[in-house]
Design a protein around this ligand. Sequence first.
Ligand SMILES: Cc1cc2nc3c(=O)[nH]c(=O)nc-3n(C[C@H](O)[C@H](O)[C@H](O)COP(=O)(O)O)c2cc1C
Length: 232
Amino acid sequence: MSREPDKTDLDTGDIDLETLGEDVPLLEGIRTTRAIRRLRPDPVPPALIRKVCEAGTFAPSGGNRQPWQFIAVTDPERRAWVAERYRKGFHDYIAPAVEAAKDPAFPEAGRRMQRAAIHLADHLHEAPVHLFVAGFKRRGDPQTQALYPAVQNVLLACRAVGLGASLTTLHRSFGPECDAWLGLPDNCPTCALLPIGWPEGRYGRPPRRSVDTCLHFERFDSERAAAGRPRR
Ligand SMILES: Cc1cc2nc3c(=O)[nH]c(=O)nc-3n(C[C@H](O)[C@H](O)[C@H](O)COP(=O)(O)O)c2cc1C
């Protein structure tokens, strides 16, 4: 398939889930995976949720312990429960940044990102899948670092099959309440919430600084790094 698959392909039966996304070149997929926060409310087939989570299970983990657990919340009332709390936590969090963005010198790209993140927070209940990623603790410590490779694999798989997704963590502002509500045991907290759905827009290359500002051979080069230092 020369274009990205979408929901129409599934509806018309033009493609099957087995082959969907299997032909996206790996590096091109990596370079064009970005936060897709504007999602259509159309449902996502459970088999497709399974497919992107299966990609997650191919991530590395310490000792190959594979601590991840994926919980896909799709019921509208349950999504509304999450969205109501996320929206509040998000607006509290972003308020200072929204204030800072009133400065004319604030970069336009930052404002665009804020708008997209606010849109997601205000429309989270419409995202057809709220995919929570949780993981078993080890020796009492959360294994968040062991979960992020799996999270990234899911995001990449979403890009491959034509789904929109983003990585969010703001649900941690009501983390213990959310984890209990999901039925998770105390030793298996969530680390991420991936709202997933069919994208309103298209995938594309995200804005990134050149690798030449962050790749060093043999020793750290401060001038090289200064050229690409984060703005804020
Ligand atoms: C650890 C982490 C936490 C994040 N938390 C949130 C979040 O709570 N809400 C949100 O909208 N985006 C969140 N993001 C997404 C980032 O804002 C996004 O990856 C970044 O702006 C780059 O977006 P782009 O790939 O579209 O350029 C998070 C990303 C990471 C890596």
